[in-house]
Design a protein around this ligand. Sequence first.
Ligand SMILES: Cc1ncc(COP(=O)(O)O)c(C=O)c1O
Length: 412
Amino acid sequence: MSFFSPIHHSFAPHVDAGFFWRTLTWSLMRWRWRRGPETEKLRENLNERFHGSSFLFSSGREALLALFRSMNLKPGEEVIVQGYTCMVIPNAIHSAGGTPVYVDIDRDTLNLDCDEVEQRITSRTRAIMCQHTFGIPANITRLRSICDAHHILLIEDCAHIIPDAKGPIIGNLGDAVLLSFGRDKAISGISGGAIIMRQDELTAKLRAEEQNAAPVPIIKIVQWLNYPQAYFLARPFMGMKLGFVFLKLLRILHLLSPVLTDEEKEGTMSPVLHAMPNVCAALALAELNELQTINDHRRKLTMLYFEAIKQAHIDYPTAITTDLPLQKFPIFVKSAESLRSHLKKKNIHLDDGWTGCVVCPSSSNIESAGYVPGSDPDAENASTMILSLPTHALTSESDAKRLIREVIRHKM
Ligand SMILES: Cc1ncc(COP(=O)(O)O)c(C=O)c1O
């Protein structure tokens, strides 16, 4: 059983049989890959859901770069970001000409420490990026009042969580909301991203950025559409390494594209923005229409993990509550790395790129990211102790029970 169904974070977590068949169908409709009605339907859905104007790009990082350009970020101007973030965030700031200023996290939320944010604001600060890490809500009310007091922009990064009718109440106080429809985010269009803007003067500039965006090359769309097919076929064979070999071969043959290129890990980002392909909009829209089901499953596993770790006295970010649809459930253990290695032998793959790094993944060049080692000790400490447990639709309740049993038995 465990041999055929790995427990994992990154083997195409959204790709169940429905997603697989949907993408197979879309593979045959090449004339609708770039343009079609689904793009506008997605935009309308997001406008209504987030009460703003949405602008769609081929990834979250591009949507963010479009936002910084629309703000006319000048050299030396600063954007506050948290330690424990993704390399693409500083890349977008640098690409627009700005400087990321890292602020340490609050260990209980894995989000910005608001007291430290206040201390780091200068006359050069243009924006604060608030990341609801793994779906744990940041202190958005406090950040809103800080931004109001200093007349700076609040960007809410909802890449890891899209709230539904049951909450949480986030995504409503930012001047702008960033969404990612990347392959392992809250919902997936395989790739894609959006900025929802609530400030009129920036809306016009963002519209111009979107209109000038280039189309995604067809070869790239082919690679994206190969991704669900490849992982769906490889996944049952991950336990005996055959799956890894198959995927590696596809990568060597350029039939798959990486989430982060080597250049991006080195700190560069192409200045060319791309329009979101219609096929990605269609896939994201299909998932958005099932958001309640997706989030309810995440809630169920959040609750299950929560009760088990409380009973076992395992340390965790204490802001987590049982009603959250977490993208993943982080816990703190002393030897996270060796526990992950141990679990791998049992076909449990918990490497998600968010371990042992303040600017993730750990293969990123932190110097290029502008992070000074030692400056965010809480983020550094948390990132070495974090072990995240999956909550996506492919993790069944019995998988989650098996996983937590293994973690409790072997936690060091
Ligand atoms: C918190 C967060 N925000 C934004 C992004 C950017 O998303 P994308 O991969 O669509 O560029 C990422 C990406 O990996 C992320 O982790």
